[in-house]
Design a protein around this ligand. Structure first.
Ligand SMILES: Nc1nc2c(ncn2[C@@H]2O[C@H](COP(=O)(O)OP(=O)(O)OP(=O)(O)O)[C@@H](O)[C@H]2O)c(=O)[nH]1
Ligand SMILES: [Mg+2]
Length: 240
């Protein structure tokens, strides 16, 4: 039986963590969950430890000393997963912006041939709920900008809801990844694309968080805008 792990990075998600874990474990498919928590002051990690008593085999916690970015949280989670026998590894936010009910279709896309399946907001028009028009336009044109620079034939290049076949994470040099925010999501897709892995997009609806605070910052956007250019330039001098 193929094993699938959902990695959920958390920083101050006490209002969401119990509900998002329960939503994953309600699914028919036996997903396991790894929470990567950066010592959230609101006690998110303690909540996970409490729930873990009921799911010792399926719920895991990786605690890090301090807030050091979503990208490095995923890299730590990927390494944890590769030390174990998970066949599929999935990225998902803790704030229900990504609907756990979409997990089975991301997994299915990988089981039926894709190496990477992206939960895409932009493969069928714009599927974002409750975001300000400014935020929708920023995200939508950011994706177009990234597509223009990288030539990747992907609609949602900054998507954070992604399923990877184990072989993809084994092939990408995780220690060489340099970005921490949205640029990390672009960098992962670009490195998989450059290695010729089969990438597919699965339409999903992204809903703005209703609980907890956003960790989105100007630096994250800034890093993405210039990070893409440096990715492209460095790819010209590198063979994958
Ligand atoms: N471990 C860890 N998790 C983080 C960090 N920054 C964000 N996260 C988590 O990464 C996920 C995405 O962060 P969000 O704040 O939702 O980012 P966003 O979706 O762009 O912003 P909103 O739309 O406002 O929610 C959430 O589960 C956060 O708790 C971090 O530095 N470390
Ligand atoms: Mg969010």
């Amino acid at each position: 039986m193929a094993q699938a792990l959902v990695i959920i990075p958390t920083y101050n998600e006490i209002e969401n963590i119990a509900a998002i874990i329960a939503a994953v474990f309600e699914l028919e498919e036996p997903f396991s969950v790894l929470v990567v928590d950066d010592n959230s002051p609101d006690g998110t990690a303690d909540e996970v430890l409490k729930i873990q008593k009921d799911f010792p085999e399926r719920l895991h916690l990786l605690s890090r000393p301090g807030k050091s970015g979503l990208g490095t949280a995923y890299i730590a989670g990927f390494k944890w997963a590769l030390e174990r026998s998970y066949d599929y590894i999935i990225e998902m936010d803790a704030d229900f912006s990504h609907d756990p009910k979409d997990l089975p279709k991301l997994l299915e896309a990988c089981k039926s041939g894709a190496d990477v399946s992206i939960g895409s907001r932009y493969v069928n028009g714009v599927n974002v709920v409750n975001w300000s028009m400014k935020r929708v336009l920023l995200s939508y044109f950011a994706s177009k900008y990234v597509r223009f620079i990288t030539r990747m034939r992907i609609c949602d290049t900054t998507a954070g809801f992604v399923c990877y076949r184990r072989a993809v994470l084994e092939a990408i040099k995780l220690d060489k990844l340099k970005f921490v925010g949205y640029a990390f999501q672009i960098e992962m897709k670009f490195k998989a694309y450059k290695r010729g892995f089969n990438i597919t997009e699965v339409p999903v609806i992204f809903t703005d968080r209703t609980k907890g605070k956003s960790k989105m910052s100007g630096n994250i956007v800034y890093e993405a805008i210039f990070g893409v250019i440096s990715l492209k330039v460095s790819s010209l001098f590198k063979s994958y």
